[in-house]
Design a protein. Structure first.
Length: 367
């Protein structure tokens, strides 16, 4: 038996020894330039955004972005601070205030740095027919998704600001929709970039979207917006948009000053993302990229220093033109082209229609 074992060791050990350098080299190559990004759940749009970022960053050799689906806004913030390997995360901007209010982090703890503010995600309040206004939800059941999710955080803060007492439930949204249909709950809240597939799937005539009033006191974190028939033709009548609020999403980064290799990888990520940002505005990418202004400041958050340095050197690339600026440039382009061809200027209404078609083409929406 000893002889057999000795023969096995003498045979296998040289092979393992010979393979060890190759295995070590493969490990180095696989981990080179890797940045891990934690996204929110699949109900929002951050998973799609993460995929498109990965396609931009990956070069097959020196850079790679690995998206990981997280368990919700609060857990993502905690993971960013404490979980080994998570370098960056997509978070709602109100999660930092919420964590401080709940004393999960101290008031002086920066919580996380941010690379850039991303897009806004809209608050959808889907209710049964008897709920005409948000005040009708007083003392009724409202599902807000799992504890610590972005929707749960925003909904809790919103109804506290509105001083409307509601009974919050925390079922998964698909389960909650069935409960809503059966009358077991009065409404479902969902924070997601419009148009949200879950809301688009609603066909029942007794379910509808409810207006959300905007409180100016919340203006630093939430912004007023609308849901239109273009977003949800089955739920929103033409020319009768639903008023609601939106909460920003932020690309946050962990404290990496004392982890030089990971910090270097994130610095390279920032350089590639910011430089390649214009390509994310091309047709085929998510339309929410058009909401992003890389240079936008975020009250209550600290900018990641390498991102700030890049912005100071490249402000023209960072600042995308606003919709009004785009409309003005488009109008000027049409006027100059028609004048060069000896044609009369187009009426304002026709220009507006053409500009909307251009924007639809630009964002990849169906004509």
């Amino acid at each position: 038996m000893i002889r057999i074992l000795r023969t096995f060791i003498l045979t296998v050990f040289p092979v393992v020894t010979a393979l060890a350098p190759a295995i070590a080299q493969q490990s180095v190559v696989t981990n080179r330039g890797v940045v891990e990004l934690e996204t929110a759940g699949t109900a929002g749009i951050s998973v799609r955004i993460g995929e498109e970022l990965a396609n931009l960053i990956d070069d097959g050799a020196t850079r790679r972005l690995v998206p990981v689906v997280g368990k919700g806004a609060l857990q993502n913030l905690i993971d960013l601070k404490y979980l080994r390997g998570i370098d960056i995360a997509i978070l709602p901007v109100d999660v930092l205030d919420y964590a401080r209010e709940q004393k999960l982090i101290s008031a002086t703890d920066p919580g996380a740095y941010y690379i850039t503010k991303l897009y806004n995600e809209e608050f959808h309040l889907l209710a049964r027919g008897e709920i005409k206004t948000v005040t009708d939800l007083a003392n009724r059941k409202l599902n807000v998704g799992p504890h610590g999710s972005g929707t749960a955080i925003t909904a809790a803060r919103l109804f506290e600001q509105l001083k409307i007492p509601v009974t919050l439930t925390n079922e998964p949204q698909e389960v909650a929709l069935e409960a809503l249909r059966k009358g077991q709950i009065a409404a479902v809240a969902l924070v997601a970039g419009k148009p949200a597939p879950l809301v688009q799937s609603i066909k029942e005539p007794d379910l509808h979207l409810v207006d959300i009033p905007f409180d100016n006191a919340a203006g630093e974190i939430y912004v007023p917006t609308r849901l239109t028939a273009a977003d949800y033709p089955e739920l929103v009548p033409a020319n009768q948009p639903i008023k609601t609020i939106a909460v920003g999403a932020v690309l946050a980064v962990a404290e990496l000053r004392f982890v030089p290799e990971r910090n270097r990888n994130v610095m390279n990520f920032v350089e590639t993302f910011f430089t390649g940002f214009p390509s994310l505005l091309e047709p085929g990418h998510h339309q929410k990229w058009h909401d992003v202004n890389l240079a936008a400041d975020l009250p209550g958050w600290r900018r990641y220093p390498p991102a700030e340095q890049w912005l100071q050197k490249n402000m023209q690339i960072a600042k995308s033109p606003s919709a009004d600026e785009m409309r003005l440039m488009f109008s000027r382009f049409l006027d100059e082209r028609r004048q060069a061809n000896g044609e009369a200027p187009l009426p304002v209404q026709e220009k507006s229609a053409l500009f909307q078609q251009f924007r639809d083409w630009q964002t990849g929406q169906p004509q």
